[in-house]
Structures are given as C-alpha cells and as structure tokens.
Design a protein around this ligand. Structure first.
Ligand code: AMP
Ligand code: MG
Length: 321
C-alpha cells in the first residue's frame, strides 16, 4: 500500500503541501473526517481506494472550496442551483451531470457520467481545498466497512497511525452528508445524512422521495454501505444483557456495564453528533455485544437508524464505506 509519511500536519499549509504532492491526507469536515486526495490526480485517488480497501466501483464525493470551483465540474439545472443556494456550504452532496473534460480522474466516479459534489461548511476544510487549489476527492477516513471517524484520534487508530491527519477537533454534525441526485427538475435522496429529508423538502417546497420510492433516478451500489463496529450489534433493546455494552438514547437508564447515552435529553442532533464516537468507544470496551436502545425515526432519526441498521446487518464480504 502506498501511504504518505505519517508526520501529522499541524497547519492547513502543511496539509495542502501533502495533497499537492499527490499524497493522501485526512482532514476535518462538519460531517465526518475525510480522507482527501487531489481529485484530478488518478494516482492520488488510487491511494485513497488502497488505504481504505474500498472497492473501485464505489464512487467518491468531490469537495469544492466554493461555487466557482463546483461550476467548473458539473452542470447545474435550475433545481440544482436552488438546492446549492439553500444548502451550501453544508452537509449536502449533489449528484449532477459532469461537464466534459473537467479534469476529474475517471476513477473518482467509477466511470459514471455524473459526479457527487459538495462544498463543506467546516472552515478548515474549505481553506484546505482553496490552498491546494484543486477539488478534493474525500470519502470518510476509515477502513472500508468500518465506523466513520468524527475525531482525529479515530482516524489515527483506524489506520494504525499510517495516514496523516489534520486535527480540527470533533466533527459538529457527526453523520455523513445527505446525498441527493438531481436530474433536470427531478430529485431523489440517495443517502440519508446530516440534513434531514423533511427539512430539505420544507426548504425546497417540494417532496424529496427516498431512493426506491417511485423515482426514476437510480444509483449504483447504494445499498451495500456498512458502518460496522467489530462487535455485534443488537437493535431496539430496552434491557441489555450481562456482558453486553449499552448504547442508550434519552433518560438515565441504569445498567451495570459499559454504557454511553447518545443524548440524555433525547435530542436527535446531539445523538447524531455522538453516534460514531459512542460506537467506537463501546466497540473498544471488550463487551460481547453492543445493545442499542430504540431511536425515533423522525427528522435526523432517519439517518441515525439507517447507520445503526447497517452496523447491525450481517457482514457482507464486499461491504464498503
Ligand atoms: P462515501 O464516500 O463513503 O461517503 O460514499 C459516497 C457515496 O456517494 C458512494 O457510496 C456512492 O453511493 C455515492 N455516489 C458517489 N458518486 C456517485 C454518483 N456519481 N452517482 C451516484 N452515487 C454516487
Ligand atoms: Mg464512508
């Protein structure tokens, strides 16, 4: 595996220098930590797939510093313009038709004619992309199929210290971006994420169907993603068993074992922010399994339950993150 020297950058300029050399470097965003590479450099992007152990047919999201950079890569329909104006910068990825000869390496899109693109809200992420001067392909900075990282320490342990990380503190949203595909004036949600579908629909003043809910738009490979700890997961548990760890939601449950509470007050935004770190910590607790309390499905609960269900699903040999 080709991996950069693992002296961690301490400034945006140091991280930008690593990326400009065609090396990979992890960086903070408001969703989760991303494993970045210059999206116009096929060798650099290949290093991302290799470091993650990610199947090559799973395309990457490209991160832009601003709208001017995004406009050089994809075509915006009037609806895409409206969505971009409403949600960028922010945890929203848009799958849009690519402009010809936009310089993005083929391996980024796995050969698709569309590109997933986003402008992150995290200032360090945007400054980093601007300093590199190139769009950055950046999937989550974890080995494929494992839990996403929301702290620099989780990136370091996930890759055994072999990947350089720019530390920007804990991620604010804590869940991956919501992905919408837009084809002309049609829209479909390809992935739940840090922006709740109800809120998107309300802002746009139109329904946003989930993939499979009757939209003509389809997406390759969407359903195979896993976000799995090493420990087995059991969902909708009110009374965990001895030997298990408990991931609670709301209240002050009494349990004589390792326990984390996603949000004692039952706040879904707080739960989203804490989800991956709580799972990382319980995964390291030595428990025989992780029992998870029920989490309501409304608002951000849709995305939280999606990640929990994937974490609990039987392991698939081609699972990917
Ligand atoms: P990740 O990098 O793990 O956050 O995942 C990015 C996800 O975006 C991929 O798993 C794809 O399912 C989706 N994606 C990226 N590019 C495209 C595209 N051109 N068309 C449809 N989905 C895409
Ligand atoms: Mg991922």
């Amino acid at each position: 595996m080709i991996i950069s020297a693992t002296i961690h950058p301490t400034t945006i300029q140091e991280a930008a220098a690593i990326l400009r050399e065609g090396q990979i470097c992890a960086f903070p965003t408001e969703t989760v930590y991303g494993l970045g590479a210059d999206a116009t450099n096929a060798d650099a992007v290949l290093n991302v797939y290799q470091a993650k152990g990610r199947p090559r047919f799973n395309p990457l999201i490209v991160h832009c510093a601003d709208l001017a950079m995004a406009r050089q890569l994809v075509v915006f329909s009037p609806l895409a313009e409206k969505v971009a104006a409403a949600f960028w910068p922010g945890p929203m990825s848009l799958v849009l038709p690519m402009l010809p000869d936009n310089g993005i390496a083929d391996i980024v899109t796995a050969g698709l004619p569309t590109l997933a693109i986003r402008i992150p809200a995290h200032p360090a992420a945007r400054e980093l992309i601007a300093a590199v001067g190139k769009p950055l392909a950046a999937p989550s900075a974890n080995p494929s199929g494992r839990l996403s990282p929301t702290r620099a320490s989780e990136v370091i342990s996930g890759f055994d210290g072999q990947v350089p990380v720019l530390d920007g503190g804990p991620c604010h949203a804590g869940l991956e971006s919501t992905i919408l595909a837009i084809d002309g004036e049609a829209v479909v949600q390809l992935r739940t994420g840090a922006l709740a579908r109800d809120d998107i629909a309300e802002t746009l003043g139109m329904p946003v169907p989930a993939i499979g809910e009757g939209s003509a738009i389809t997406a390759p490979g969407m359903l195979l993603n896993h976000y799995a700890p090493k420990t087995d997961i059991r969902l909708d548990v009110i009374s965990p068993e001895a030997g298990e760890a408990y991931l609670a939601f709301g209240g002050e449950p009494v349990f004589d074992g390792p326990m984390r509470n996603l949000s004692p007050s039952g706040d879904l935004r707080e739960a989203a922010r804490n989800l991956f770190t709580c799972l990382h910590e319980l995964d390291a607790s030595g428990a025989t399994g992780i029992a998870v309390a029920p989490v309501p499905f409304q608002g951000l609960g849709e995305a939280i339950n999606d990640r929990l269900q994937r974490a609990a699903a039987p392991r698939d040999p081609v699972a990917k993150a």
